[in-house]
Design a protein around this ligand. Structure first.
Ligand code: AMP
Length: 144
């Protein structure tokens, strides 16, 4: 869903933040994106990179914005690394409720990391090697 749906935009907390109608602690803005501190951070310094326009998931995002967002994440990641003196960071981007997306306005998380186990990401179980080629084929044959 894109920003032609005005009722969704009115109801969207990140659209309201972009418009300055809900307060946020901003660290960056340009003509396409804003970045502001997450209100419930996974770690200290966790922030979000958000397009000004309303797009729900990565499927809705135009290529032109997606092309800009990784260079911006790198730039802001360098700033976080230098300013917070962190050893690393995670970039996280959730698509769909089942994947943990709570706010239906596309956003990229930048989560500073200071220790290996401060966020409970689990290592995966070893793959079933009899099944893996068939799972891969289901993806491969649907690349458009
Ligand atoms: P996600 O689960 O990927 O949709 O992430 C949504 C993120 O937005 C969560 O980390 C929330 O803590 C954050 N969030 C929600 N409302 C606000 C807000 N008003 N200001 C800053 N961050 C917010």
């Amino acid at each position: 869903m894109s920003n032609d749906n005005s009722s969704a935009v009115e109801a969207c907390v990140f659209c309201q933040i972009a418009a300055g109608r809900i307060p946020s602690i901003r660290i960056y803005e340009d003509e396409d994106f804003i970045a502001f501190m997450d209100i419930a951070p996974q770690t200290e310094g966790h922030f979000l990179v958000v397009p000004r326009a309303h797009y729900e998931t990565i499927a809705d995002m135009p290529d032109s914005l997606l092309a800009k967002v990784m260079p911006l994440a790198r730039k802001l990641g360098r700033a976080a690394s230098d300013g917070l003196e962190i050893a690393g960071f995670n970039l996280l981007q959730n698509n769909g409720r089942v994947a943990g997306q709570e706010v239906d306005h596309w956003h990229l998380h930048l989560i500073p990391r200071r220790a290996p186990h401060e966020i409970p990401f689990k290592a995966g179980a070893p793959a079933d090697l009899t099944r893996l080629p068939f799972v891969a084929e289901k993806i491969r044959t649907n690349i458009k």
